[in-house]
Write a protein that binds this ligand. Structure first.
Ligand SMILES: Cc1cc2nc3c(=O)[nH]c(=O)nc-3n(C[C@H](O)[C@H](O)[C@H](O)COP(=O)(O)OP(=O)(O)OC[C@H]3O[C@@H](n4cnc5c(N)ncnc54)[C@H](O)[C@@H]3O)c2cc1C
Length: 481
């Protein structure tokens, strides 16, 4: 089918963000729309996180927070039930009676949800999967034109960039010769290469976040017996889930106005004050026998409001000093994955440390020799590894992302990167801000690429809420409200 006609909406990127937006447009518009989703993968809805096929890769939050349609908050849970997964996947149940589904299952749910709405939806909207990669985009006052990898050009009244962040960048120390060494793994999700590793090879995992946890889980699954060192500047692992899960759903918490933290402490505009109030809340809760989780979650729910009012210097200070601290509490680990890490640590097979890597060189048999400097003491040491796996976190900088459309938007000034270096600058309605400082009516950006602007826009519930917030404005701009 030639896609030469104008669309109402062209969504670039068909991971969770793009699929969720498409599904909601098809349910909530007041007229039939024409919506194209440009996505090179075979299915829309899975993206990077939920294309994972490994059976031990689990959602890092309960099924109940993985929401697409606020009017059907239990839809994923009901789907799990219908598919018999709640019963068959008994490992998904955590001790707290909460279910942590496989990421592959959420991916299948999302793909089916999109396909179901393609087949039939209440507004008669056309949802079209355009199986291609978008290379560049130009915007006019009331249209965007997207050029695809095969040279086709498509126009729409509105383009929405939902391409998210890119693969982890290779740290400088590992560039050059070392990067080409067979023992260097730039892509942490290359399961075939992980499975083919010599079972007793010593392994270095670069990073101690959720990606590192993925990799260690996969190594455990394949029966790896060799020592694993995981290293980051902080040496902090993601924290555990709330042992006393909240009675309120995350959706109910998001809808509270003002968020509980702001109601209690006011709209604070510097990071030190925010932290002081958080510490006080944690102490108050501890006096009631409660863990830190609830106090932190109150802050999390308020961050999207507080963050946009923080001066840039405060945002940058937070990023420099507190980002890792915040992220280890914010992006918690599924209990099943934590159990694997605990077992490995107890058996002395996994060591987590805070250190800086000062150099890396090729060593015998395709391996890599790495020199470290410890964070606490001024000690330097070198160690040989059979494999080094890059889990340093996704690349959040659009201008050197390697993704042509993001680099082109940043280069032409059609959308400017956020000054903190995390994604693009957008206004409250997710309109891209151009180099002239103007919000672009025909280009919106959603999902993790708006992290610099909102801080909380990287997880399923946060993206879902972001779409919810901009939906009235988007539909009004399309004359479909
Ligand atoms: C490994 C991993 C696990 C995670 N687990 C969880 C979790 O358990 N719970 C949670 O809430 N959050 C989780 N997250 C956070 C995750 O970012 C969000 O949940 C969500 O998946 C983001 O979806 P997205 O569509 O914005 O991005 P992506 O999933 O990255 O999708 C972007 C899509 O854009 C496409 N694309 C890229 N460039 C182009 C182009 N030029 N043209 C056309 N298409 C393009 C890509 O093919 C891709 O499919 C996880 C993230 C990762 C990386």
């Amino acid at each position: 089918m030639p896609f030469s006609h104008a669309f109402d909406v062209l969504i670039i990127g068909g991971g969770y963000s793009g699929a969720a937006l498409a599904v909601r447009l098809s349910r909530e518009a007041r007229r039939a729309l024409s919506v194209g989703v440009i996505e090179p993968r075979d299915e829309v809805g899975k993206g990077v996180a939920y294309s994972a096929v490994h059976p031990d890769y689990r959602l890092n939050g309960p099924d109940a927070v993985h929401i697409v349609m606020p009017d059907r908050p239990n839809d994923f849970h009901d789907w799990l039930q219908r598919e018999g997964i709640l019963e068959a996947d008994f490992k998904g149940w955590a001790g707290s009676g909460v279910f942590f589904a496989r990421r592959a299952d959420f991916g299948r749910y999302m793909a089916e949800l999109f396909q179901g709405h393609q087949a039939v939806n209440g507004t008669g909207t056309d949802l079209i999967h355009i199986h291609a990669r978008a290379m560049s985009l130009v915007t006019g006052h009331d249209f965007s034109m997207v050029t695809l990898d095969k040279g086709q050009q498509l126009t729409a009244r509105l383009a929405v960039l939902a391409t998210s962040n890119e693969m982890p960048a290779v740290p400088k120390t590992f560039q050059g010769d070392v990067r080409l060494q067979s023992g260097f793994f730039p892509n942490p999700w290359d399961l075939d290469r992980l499975a083919a590793l010599v079972p007793d090879a010593p392994i270095l995992v670069l990073g101690t976040g959720l990606t590192a946890a993925d990799v260690i889980t996969a190594l455990a699954f394949h029966g790896h017996t060799g020592p694993i060192d995981a290293v980051s500047r902080t040496g902090l692992l993601p924290m555990d889930q709330n042992p006393m899960p909240d009675k309120e759903t995350m959706w109910e918490r998001f809808l509270q106005k003002p968020p509980r933290f702001i109601k209690k402490h006011g709209a604070l505009t510097n990071v030190a004050d925010i932290l002081r109030c958080l510490r006080r809340d944690i102490v108050d809760r501890a006096a009631e026998g409660k863990t830190w989780h609830g106090a932190f979650d109150d802050l999390r729910d308020a961050v999207r409001t507080l963050w946009t009012d923080l001066p840039l210097a405060e945002q940058q200070r937070f990023r420099r000093h507190l980002k890792s601290w915040y992220e280890t509490r914010r992006f918690r680990i599924a209990p099943q994955v934590q159990a694997v890490l605990d077992d490995y640590q107890k058996a002395g097979r996994l060591t987590i440390s805070a250190a800086r890597i000062t150099s890396a060189r090729r060593s015998e048999g395709g391996g890599v020799a790495v020199t470290f400097r410890s964070r606490a003491q001024d000690v330097t040491w070198e160690k040989n590894y059979g494999a080094v796996i890059n889990c340093t976190g996704l690349n959040t900088s659009p201008d050197d992302s390697g993704n042509p459309i993001m680099e082109q938007l940043a280069f032409t000034g059609a959308a400017i990167p956020h000054p903190t270096g995390h994604g693009f600058l957008v206004d409250r309605e997710c309109r891209a801000i151009s180099a002239s400082g103007e919000p672009q009516a025909a280009l919106r950006i959603i999902g993790p690429l708006t992290r610099g602007t909102f801080m909380e826009s990287g997880s399923v519930p946060a993206i879902s809420y972001q779409i919810h917030k901009i939906m009235p404005d988007v539909l009004a701009a399309l004359n479909a409200s």
